[in-house]
Design a protein around this ligand. Structure first.
Ligand code: APR
Length: 311
């Protein structure tokens, strides 16, 4: 059987952690691709992670390259190329620069890895994944944005911290755009199957929802120079693994909606089934009126950023 190949476009903070996790999980061989100026850094990361493999007994070949031809035969491409936020910026402030980068990346992926499943992380996520889709002309099932898995794991973490119970037993999802208008679905959040609204006071839950919405910003402020990277990398790997192993995980991902939840023509966070065909299905369910309104508000903000791409 042919070994799988995971190509990481952007070998910065998130890219380095993606490489580490992909190797540790033995998802396949790993290419870290970046611009020529960053070649020493990515070759160094590839060699460093290669030298960690014998310690854990991980069989993975990892290389760093700034030659786009090396993207050939990729099964999965994970894109983090772009600049991250600095304190005081919101994700939308990155659009001007990251749109140019994603256009360049989309041409390379289309040319050298036309059959890959593509997971986009660069921000502003919903507009950048839309831009990749438009520029590359890829099938909608093969393009997805990583945001909801990360926003949901932040939501889970805060719920576990508040209750003191295990994160393993917290279940919840965050839908909508990857911005301050995201929609944590409180009604469906549970700990050990028990609705959180029966375990935590409304006042505290409101604070948790707010902290989730601004979860990325909290980290940008703490880091002072850059944004989160451990949890974002692990979130993308969860999606890649579901594709490579045809696990059919149900994960909140930025998928192209064509009528689902009354959304048409936009990538936005919705429950998505990830299997060997990519985004195999979007699972619709009935929302309450206030949830519908919140999803509509987040859609308006996604639309505004998408319009600014001019695509
Ligand atoms: N092709 C390939 N790589 C590129 C390109 C390009 N055209 N342009 C920039 N890069 C690379 C940079 O050289 C850098 O190594 O992308 C990498 C980005 O890494 P970091 O600056 O460390 O950013 P990171 O924290 O990994 O975040 C990347 O993901 O979550 C988002 O908001 C975040 O948009 C940001 C992206």
């Amino acid at each position: 059987m042919k070994r799988k190949k995971i190509s990481l476009i952007g070998g910065g903070q998130i890219g380095g952690n993606l490489a580490l996790l992909a190797a540790q999980k033995e998802l396949g061989d790993v290419l870290i691709y970046d611009i020529p100026n960053a070649e020493g850094m990515i070759k160094g990361k590839a060699l460093d992670i290669s030298q960690l493999c014998p310690l854990g007994g991980y069989h993975s070949n990892i290389i760093g390259s700034s030659n786009p031809e090396d993207l050939i035969d990729s099964d999965v491409v994970i894109i983090t190329a772009g600049v991250p936020r600095k304190p005081g910026m919101n994700r939308e402030d990155l659009l001007g620069i990251n749109i140019k980068i994603i256009t360049d990346v989309a041409h390379n992926v289309k040319k050298y890895a036309p059959n890959a499943f593509v997971i986009v992380l660069s921000n502003p996520l919903d507009a950048i994944v839309y831009s990749f889709y438009k520029v590359s002309g890829f099938d909608k099932q093969k393009v997805v944005g990583m945001a909801g898995v990360l926003d949901s794991t932040r939501f889970k973490t805060f719920l576990a911290m508040e209750t003191g119970y295990s994160v393993k037993d917290v279940n919840c999802m965050v839908l909508g755009g990857h911005g301050d208008t995201m929609v944590p679905i409180l009604r469906l959040a549970t700990v050990g199957g028990i609705p959180v609204e029966q375990l935590i006071s409304k006042d505290k839950l409101d604070k948790i929802v707010e902290r989730t919405r601004f979860g990325g910003g909290e980290l940008v402020k703490l880091f002072g120079n850059g944004s989160a990277y451990y949890a974002p990398a692990a979130s993308a790997i969860e999606m890649a693994e579901s594709y490579l192993k045809d696990s059919k995980r149900v994960l909140p991902c930025a998928s192209l909606c064509e009528g689902e939840f009354n959304i048409n023509g936009y990538f936005i966070g919705v429950p998505s089934v990830i299997g060997k065909k990519g985004v195999e299905k979007i699972l619709e369910f009935d929302l309450l009126n206030d949830e519908k309104k919140a999803l509509n508000d987040t859609l308006e903000s996604v639309k505004k950023t998408v319009q600014e791409t001019g695509l």
